[in-house]
Design a protein around this ligand. Structure first.
Ligand SMILES: Nc1ncnc2c1ncn2[C@@H]1O[C@H](COP(=O)(O)OP(=O)(O)OP(=O)(O)O)[C@@H](O)[C@H]1O
Ligand SMILES: [Mg+2]
Length: 601
């Protein structure tokens, strides 16, 4: 029975961890809709599941046989001085034991087999789904919390689906079998044993009500632990630089302790409940011993019957105990299932329309038609954007921090959908195109260049995995990255560490530019692509890009105005609007915001 140690999280998480975590309510004890949907994960393994259940029934039958064999041995073989009969009865018991062992092992093997496959395929589904979810989903969900859904919530679901379901069915059958055998052995003794059942039901009822809350909390608090851990590890450089390790540890300790307490709550409930069940079992055994003993003395029952009865009583409480423990597995699985299904049910905000078409190779015309955009409903980020970029043109976006330049550029690749108006590429509304066909023709160098673990070459080749080494080097030359890469100890085979920490910011940008160039896109978006390189490198890149941009559409975002002087069109943005547009000389002549910015640089 699983209590899923260390898999929990806190409602008083110091940061917003709990906010994106979900409901803290006790919810429904067992939600049939969630249960049915979880059970559906077993569908592909129907045949094996059936075989496992069959084996379970067979092994239960074997388990029920041995007390009866004891009765035969005592009442018939021993009482009748039948040594040969005793030998065969003993032999039969040995055979039953081996058969029980074989069927039980086989059944457990099958269940693990099924469980591991459900686990793997559910994780794969979640991963694929996470990849499909739009950027806005990931913006608003804490990475660690999402990770805990894929790892820990999935594993508690698995506990239920593999061992839980089988235990419920198997134990119910065993229980019914024992009741039947006990009744057939001796009705009054059987009824005396069942007298403790109402007490048992009461204990289970009290326990289950508390357990529901406790187990839900343990499920929820693991996410806070994982969330806090993931964030603090990624922010470790800042934490150390500001000597905030203490604060960070304190915060972590708080979530960690809340997680522990939730687990202790859940555990201590079981530690009270399980001895109670044991005690009731002892009570029933004592009753049988007392009443049965008297009946034997009076000659109303055989000794063998009473011994067999005692064995059945012990076996009677095992499935009851198992079943009440399954309740906790069920609780964890309900809480975990709710979160996993919620994630699977989240529809990507950006998806391909049924009528979406594949965009043919484009010339690269981009048009913003009366575009308005907001990340959150109540705060407009872009307003009244009207801009036409002709194929092959280079348009520069400049303007103060927070003006909306990155936002505007990301609309072209449809990372977000506009709230008003439309973005058109070669006359197609981007919402009517398949995302793949649209993005395949774009190269984006983001403002915060991201490198994956792997080699330098792998990172450049990321956009076009089949590119030859020569093509990779050419792209690197065009990005002016070849020189520094060749100077690395292992050149293009140099391993990039997580987050690209072993590359300078400028080097990361150069690798990202090479990556975008290698993709050979019709539309190139460079967001502050050269912000972190020195002026000489920047000039060299400018020259290289000049040739490269000649027959492509380009949107270049820059703070250093020197880099965009030669752009066909310069748009100055402020407060989500394009406030000035023209060539460098026109804008200087106008003496507005651009002239002002230019003067100050
Ligand atoms: N993911 C987001 N969710 C909510 N608001 C956002 C998000 N990204 C940006 N914003 C807001 O949108 C506005 C425009 O941001 P944007 O990144 O487009 O500015 P920018 O012009 O590129 O600035 P910079 O020159 O600093 O890169 C800012 O006010 C910012 O607070
Ligand atoms: Mg920006």
């Amino acid at each position: 029975m699983s209590f899923s140690f260390g898999s929990t999280g806190s409602a008083m998480g110091p940061r917003s961890v709990m906010q994106s975590f979900g409901r803290d309510s006790a919810g429904q004890a067992i939600d049939p809709r969630i249960l049915m949907r979880l059970l559906a994960f077993l569908k592909p393994h129907k045949a094996r599941m059936f075989a496992a259940l069959l084996l379970m029934l067979i092994s239960s039958a074997f388990a029920l046989t041995s007390p009866y064999l004891i009765k035969i041995a005592i009442d018939e073989n021993i009482a009748g001085n039948d040594t040969v009969g005793l030998f065969y009865t003993t032999l039969l018991m040995a055979v039953v034991f081996v058969a029980l062992y074989v069927t039980t092992s086989l059944q457990q093997y099958l269940l693990s087999w099924i469980g591991l496959r459900v686990l793997t395929s559910l994780r794969a589904r979640l991963f694929a789904h996470l990849q499909a979810l739009s950027v806005s989903y990931h913006n608003s969900h804490i990475v660690g919390v999402t990770i805990s859904r894929v790892i820990s919530d999935v594993s508690v679901i698995n506990d239920l689906l593999s061992s839980g379901v089988a235990t419920i069915i198997g134990d119910t059958v065993v229980l019914a079998g024992i009741v039947a055998v006990m009744l057939s052995l001796d009705i009054s003794l059987a009824l005396a044993t069942f007298a403790v059942l109402p007490l048992m039901l009461l204990a289970t009822w009290i326990f289950s009500r508390r357990a529901r809350v406790a187990f839900r909390q343990t499920r929820q608090r693991v996410a806070a632990v994982v969330g806090g851990l993931a964030e603090d590890i990624s922010g470790i450089r800042v934490i150390q630089a500001f000597a905030r390790e203490g604060v960070s540890s304190d915060r972590f300790e708080e979530v960690n302790r809340a997680n522990r307490d939730a687990n202790i709550d859940a555990m201590s409930l079981s530690f009270i409940f399980l001895p109670t069940v044991d005690f009731l079992g002892v009570l029933a055994t004592a009753t049988v011993l007392w009443l049965g003993g008297i009946a034997v003395a009076r000659g109303e029952l055989t000794l063998g019957t009473v011994v067999a009865f005692l064995a059945y009583v012990t076996r009677f409480f095992q499935p009851i105990q198992d079943l009440s423990q399954i309740y906790t597995t069920m609780q964890s699985a309900m809480a975990g299932g709710e979160r996993v299904l919620e994630l699977l049910d989240t529809k990507p905000l950006i998806y391909d329309e049924a009528a979406a078409v594949d965009m043919p190779r484009i010339t690269g015309k981009v048009e913003f038609r009366q575009v308005g955009f907001a990340y959150q409903l109540d705060r407009k980020i872009l307003r009244d954007i009207n801009l036409i970029i002709e194929p092959g043109q280079t348009v520069a976006l400049v303007g103060p921090t927070g003006a909306g330049k990155t936002t505007l550029a990301s609309l072209v690749a449809r990372l977000y959908d506009v709230a008003e108006g439309a973005v058109l590429v070669d006359g197609y509304d981007v919402r009517m195109l398949t995302q793949r066909s649209l993005r395949r023709q774009m190269g984006l160098v983001p403002q915060d260049p991201f490198l994956f673990t792997g080699t330098v070459a792998d990172n450049i080749r990321f956009s076009s995995p089949r590119a030859t080494m020569a093509a990779v080097e050419n792209a690197a030359r065009a990005a002016n990255a070849h020189a520094f890469i060749s100077a690395l100890p292992e050149g293009y085979a140099t391993k990039i560490l997580e987050g690209g920490v072993n590359m300078s910011q400028g080097q990361r940008q150069l690798i990202c530019i090479a990556r975008a160039i290698l993709a050979d896109p019709r539309i190139l978006i460079l967001d502050e692509a050269t912000a972190s390189v020195d002026t000489l490198t920047e000039m060299l890149i400018q020259d290289a890009l000049q040739k490269l941009l000649a027959d492509r559409t380009a949107i270049v975002i820059a703070h250093r105005l020197a880099t965009i002087r030669k752009a066909d069109l310069i748009c100055v943005m402020a407060n989500g609007q394009i406030v000035e547009r023209g060539s460098h000389s026109e804008l200087i002549a106008r003496g507005g915001l651009y002239a002002d910015l230019s003067l100050r640089q």
